[in-house]
Design a protein around this ligand. Structure first.
Ligand SMILES: [Zn+2]
Length: 71
């Protein structure tokens, strides 16, 4: 399974809102339309908090739909 990258997810200098640890990009499993996807998202290595960029739900999910249609 390929990892979907989020080019607009520039996490330089971002810190976790919960514990203040710097976020790192990590593949996170998302379930969408009954399929599992690995999407690279900013994630806190300390507490596991995943930041989902606001545009992701709309924009990236649209990209996922296109991936499904291409099958
Ligand atoms: Zn954290």
């Amino acid at each position: 399974m390929s990892v979907i990258k989020v080019p607009e997810a520039d996490i330089a200098g971002w810190t976790c809102a919960t514990c203040g640890t710097e976020l790192v990009l990590a593949p996170v499993e998302l379930e969408y339309l009954d399929s599992l996807f690995n999407v690279e998202l900013p994630r806190c290595p300390s507490c596991g908090f995943v930041y989902i960029p606001e545009g992701l739900a709309l924009g990236k999910m649209h990209q996922v739909e296109q991936l499904l249609e291409d099958k």
